[in-house]
Design a protein around this ligand. Sequence first.
Ligand SMILES: *Cc1c(COP(=O)(O)O)cnc(C)c1O
Length: 848
Amino acid sequence: MKFIQTFQVFPDIPKPLAFLETLSRNLWWSWNQNAIELFRRINPRLWEASGRNPIVFATRIPQDRYEELAQDDSYLAHLEQVRKRYENRVLNQTNGESPWDEGETVAYFSMEFGIHETLPLFAGGLGILAGDHLKAASGLKMPLVGVGLLYREGYFSQYLDKDGWQQEAYPETDQYHLPLIKQKDKNGNSLVIRLAGIGGDIHAQVWQIDIGRIPLILLDTNLPENSSEVRDITARLYSGEQYTRLAQEVLLGIGGMRALDALGIHPTVSHMNEGHCAFVGLERLRQIMDRYDISLETAREIVPRTTVFTTHTPVAAGHDEFPPAMVKPYLQPLASRFGLSTDKLVALGQPDGAASESPFSMFILGLRTAQYINGVSQLHGRVARHMWSHIWPTRSDDETPITHVTNGVHIPTVLAPEIRPLFDRHLGPQWNMGSTIPENADRIDDIFDEELWQAHEMCRSRLIRTVRELMSRQYGRRNAPLNVMKTVESVLDQDVLTIAFARRFATYKRAHLLFQDPDRLEAIINSADRPVQFVFAGKAHPKDNEGKGIIRSLVDFGRRTNLRHRFTFIEDYDMHIARVLVQGADVWLNTPRRPMEACGTSGMKAALNGVLNVSIMDGWWCEGYSPERGWRIGNGEEYQDHNYQDVVESQALYNIIENEVAPLYYDRTAGGTPKAWLKMMKASMKMAMARFCSLRMISEYEERFYLPASRRYEELVADGGAEARRLGDQHRRFLDKWPQIKVAPPVRSAEGPFRVNQSFEVTTVVQTGELRPDEIKVELYYGKMRHLDRIDAPLVKMMRVKEERSPGTYLYCCQLPCTDSGRYGFTVRVTPDADAWIRYRPELLTWA
Ligand SMILES: *Cc1c(COP(=O)(O)O)cnc(C)c1O
């Protein structure tokens, strides 16, 4: 059977319902409850059975049901309402309010995108964040395009064997069940891009999926013209084989940029979501060189100044590294286009910069090709600055040029359907605009306690119902005996304090913390007057036996006869299960080993739904925590001895549940509702709405990075790249002449001690060599000292020329004001008077 011809048959949807098809082909429906209802009401059971996939659903609806709906006035009115909103939110032009000009585009690259459970393109938080990024960009009508890979099998689906050991299955997704648009070239043929692989070219089909207004461009190597190894590049996400991983990253970066080029998209800004995407910068150099006919040196002034790089991993070992020899074949064609040796190009990803045997680091390549670098929470920003300070050895940790933008969550995606009507009524029709409308958060106080509690109880019922259904399916698949099936069908109780723990079973997430003292945990669960029940979910990486072991011991624990009813694990954690849990639990538990959780977003989703957080002080919780909104386990301590830490923190956790959480939850002295608990719920919801909303996040990216970078791009490429060339000349001049700079130790006008409000003069002699004083900045660097050799929280003051001593030698001075009492230190340094990209070159900084 060599030539199998294929074709697809779709339902014949009556004309008045034609919009249903349009709607099913834009993921916009997935975060608009009214649109979801439009599908669901056709046949609610079938909707669930179709995995909430409108394309699959459409093929299963009998033709006569369509005919019936086409005559149903109420259905048609509903459809019209959704259609109008779709037009307004997705199709309409921005009417002049947008700060963006025609032709400006941000290209956002990511290995994963978590948009909806029907698209198997994500593994965890990083992907969900990327999905939220696109949804938020659509909400704010930003000119952004997503770029990723189309995995045939995605991550993996999880099931447990009868011993509780995780098994992985890789069901292949039927691409006809996804809203994929096959891109065509000018001649109407499939758009296939090519790039150099090992032993031949890699071909990839270019697809598009619409996420509201935002196109998500996806690459797929499953083509007949590829060898079977090349086809498998896009088979699985994080397959774990190093060479596949490298090929994926090459495809994403270089291939992704080629796909955009083939589509006529020339990004003014590129954004790399984690180091996986770092090859973007190299291909972008080539495209800019070709497009503006400029040199590599000039293009190298453009790319970093218009690139954003977000990192998520607070451990150095968590970043991808490859042997240089493995990388070379992929970079060889680019190197020859650049007129460089391949070694020289590969060195861009090596820590020492020069061609060496050091591993090629995607992270370092990212750092060297991006000016705007950020971590994903305040704490993570600090950790990242410390972790990468060796790349800027001449600066202190505080001055390492890595900042942070705290993540946020897409409110319309995660808000419980039961709470939406309350928001509609009390917050108004614009609640979906989250933090961009400050009143939204304030008005949460207007929701009546009884109403909120009722909505929350409905969420909890839905959680319990879902857990029972899923567990029945799980146990049914394992052919469990009848008595077990009976227990499973009635697990959990409606009125019991429900704690959820759902996350990847990576070791640092410490699911085992709760099991340090199993007997105490058992006593907590089976407390006579204040019982507690648990729901767990989450996957361990296929190669992580330790994570799998934790799942097994957890399942084992839940098998104790007196716990079965209150201790549950649901398989195959995905976005659907995540929504049910973050909406229906009472408490969201988070026990990472600080500072390993760079941000964490599931707790924000929980908070938005009035689910209270009990968490280690890590990631976002350092910013979100206050005693009115939740609980902290410990106070942000870090420990050398991990076993000791686990003992201390697990005891703290048990104490919190027993002494604080349960008593507050079960306090119904004010009537049927827990008043004090409800107060915390509202405070949590307000916090999430105001501060942890994805619109706040993307606005920060827009204002701080995207807009300045995009404007800069336009300036840099104007007149055939004249400005970029000028910067190139300036840059080279600095690198060339900088070794001539010499700074003498500073001299002060008085010895002190001083009183507050006094000041004294500091002077220093600087030899500028061939550089002119107007090309450099001489800075007084001073501040309080708690340590012998380090200035904490330094301040910087510009010094000015007092006199020219001789040609090229100047006396600089300034006043040092004593504003506060304490022990101080000061010194002097010289930096280029240039923009941030040049100023932060480590070799362009000279200390006295
Ligand atoms: C939100 C979400 C995550 C991220 O949660 P963390 O707090 O980072 O663990 C992971 N998986 C799914 C399915 C989610 O919805």
